[in-house]
Design a protein around this ligand. Structure first.
Ligand SMILES: Cc1cc2nc3c(=O)[nH]c(=O)nc-3n(C[C@H](O)[C@H](O)[C@H](O)COP(=O)(O)OP(=O)(O)OC[C@H]3O[C@@H](n4cnc5c(N)ncnc54)[C@H](O)[C@@H]3O)c2cc1C
Ligand code: FES
Ligand code: FES
Length: 486
């Protein structure tokens, strides 16, 4: 049984835990405001808000409901466009701004934009025109043209900046951006919070569709939960790869859901290293004071990764285990020479995780619990080229961490994606850089070694020659970016 709050209504359902929230709200709750576009996380037509208890308040994030399993809704506040409409029938500030600026024509995309902008209004991030426009980076419109929608976003920013001491949510309720019932959601979620959080039991408790051997008699104790996870062959994080790759199979798949396991969602710092829980999402890194301190260009780098709603769902372990040769977070953590830790405490360097195209050095029962890396670098950079600047996967990506002491490279780790069947740790290039001065000769020679380590193929993202050229240019760009090298 999955319980959550849908708009202003409590919901409990025995439907498959793997069903998407999109299908649930449209076909089982008849809430047709949430639109179906691509079903691949690309268009934003299905955007909803997901509210989760966060200390003394509720934190809302935009997510694409087409990729979100029902199991990830457990204990949360799921908000569709019907849930933000005002009881008096007037338009909300967000809806009105879009109307005023002529931001809608056929209207198919409009709900998604409204939901993303409403999410922006209630989150605690800084409010600027730039961040308002960034909040709709996961929404595509085919008819209006973006300028009118951007003007609506800018107008909202002016309203939001009138806020005084209240919380963002309090201000949004006062301004009619969200309805009054939002103020009681925290209490309502509190009553759900002691319910089981390991959603993978959900599938087992549906005897009509699931193999009895998985045991409907299991109790919701954390010790058993862990055992249960270990007995499973398949794991789900945010679902942003799995639901694109196998949408039909996922509905009835027997999976262990790791997204809401709080033991897997943390960022901790010790004297010499950082540990990050496997289910930490890209947005968690973006707002982490630790990451912001250690990676000064964090925002510029991470905004190249997918879009706001996808970053709100995309876990690090999902990116690593999906094993795409162009995984951005994989390239990032390879260049930190990170290690990954499994549920059985086995720890291996991330660079040893990839043993062939989509072949991993892990058993079916092993799942990633955390990622660890040392803070022994003075410089870090990430570069990515994709066909579109926003919301596109890499043609080629690369990251570098360097420890520079007395003008010499004391240590170096370089990674590259899109240039081999696996995400590549550039071992020879990294070794070559160690002990070298940063000058033309070092960069040119390192680039030659890099070229000998990669083996790109021609595909939709570019020819092999183009990718070699990109790898060369992006490697050089690390030094331009970090050392003003010309
Ligand atoms: C529109 C869109 C844009 C995207 N853009 C980018 C982009 O710019 N850059 C990029 O790198 N990626 C991108 N992605 C891909 C995707 O968002 C990332 O790879 C994401 O990090 C996957 O995480 P997830 O939690 O959603 O994975 P899921 O889909 O839940 O899982 C992916 C795989 O990881 C496994 N898994 C999950 N957690 C664990 C665990 N703890 N232990 C073991 N196995 C586990 C699952 O079993 C599955 O095999 C995009 C996806 C979409 C839909
Ligand atoms: S339907 Fe396009 S993002 Fe979900
Ligand atoms: S108004 Fe038609 S798709 Fe945006």
């Amino acid at each position: 049984m999955i319980k959550f709050v849908l708009n202003n209504q409590p919901v409990q359902t025995d439907l498959p835990a793997g069903m998407t929230v999109l299908d649930f709200v449209r076909y089982h709750k008849n809430l047709k405001g949430t639109k179906i576009g691509c079903r691949e996380g690309d268009c934003g037509a299905c955007t909803i808000l997901v509210g989760e208890l966060n200390g003394n308040s509720v934190k809302y994030l935009s997510m694409t409901s087409c990729l979100m399993p029902l199991s990830n809704a457990r204990g949360k506040h799921i908000v569709t466009v019907e849930g933000i409409n005002r009881p008096d029938g007037e338009l909300t500030e967000v809806q009105q701004a879009i109307v005023d600026e002529s931001g809608t024509q056929c209207g198919f995309c409009t709900v998604g934009f409204v939901m993303s902008l409403t999410g922006f209004c209630v989150d605690e991030t800084e409010k600027s025109c730039e961040s308002a426009i960034s909040s709709i980076d996961g929404n595509i419109c085919r008819c209006t043209g973006y300028k009118s929608i951007e003007r609506a976003a800018e107008k909202l920013t002016q309203i939001l900046n009138q806020k005084n001491e209240q919380s963002r949510l309090g201000f949004a309720a006062e301004k009619g951006i969200v309805p009054g019932y939002f103020s009681d959601i925290k209490n309502r979620l509190e009553t759900l919070k002691d319910l089981p959080t390991n959603e993978f039991y959900e599938a087992e408790n549906r005897p009509q569709t699931h193999d009895a051997k998985h045991g409907a008699e299991d109790q919701y104790t954390s010790e058993k939960s862990r055992t249960k996870i270990e007995n499973r062959k398949s794991f789900v994080g945010g679902g942003t790869d799995l639901y694109v790759q196998n949408p039909e199979e996922m509905v009835d798949a027997t999976t262990a859901n790791l997204f809401d396991d709080s033991d897997l969602r943390f960022i901790e710092e010790t004297n010499d290293s950082i540990e990050v829980g496997a289910s930490t999402v890209v947005t968690d890194l973006l707002v982490s004071p630790i990451f912001r301190r250690i990676f000064p260009n964090l925002y510029a780098h991470l905004k190249l990764v997918s879009s706001t709603p996808i970053r709100n769902m995309a876990t690090l372990a999902g990116n690593f285990v999906n094993a795409s040769p162009i995984g951005d977070m994989t390239a990032w953590f390879l260049a930190l020479d990170a290690t990954i830790v499994f549920n059985n405490e086995r720890e291996i360097p991330l660079r040893e995780f990839y043993i062939g195209y989509k072949k991993l050095a892990k058993t079916d029962d092993e799942f990633v619990t955390k990622i660890r890396f040392r803070k022994n670098f003075s410089h870090f950079n990430f570069e990515k080229v994709s066909k579109r600047t926003c919301l596109d996967i890499s043609s080629v990506n690369t990251a570098i961490s360097l420890n520079v002491e007395n003008a010499l490279i004391a240590n170096a780790h370089v990674s590259a994606g899109g240039v081999a069947p696996i995400p590549l740790y550039l071992r020879k290039t990294s070794e070559f850089l160690r002990g070298k001065e940063i000058n033309d000769t070092t960069i040119l020679e390192a680039n030659e070694i890099l070229q000998s380590e990669i083996s790109p193929i021609s595909d939709v993202r570019g020819s092999a020659e183009y990718k070699r050229l990109l790898a060369r240019q992006l490697f050089t760009a690390h030094f331009v970016e970090l050392f003003d090298y010309q």
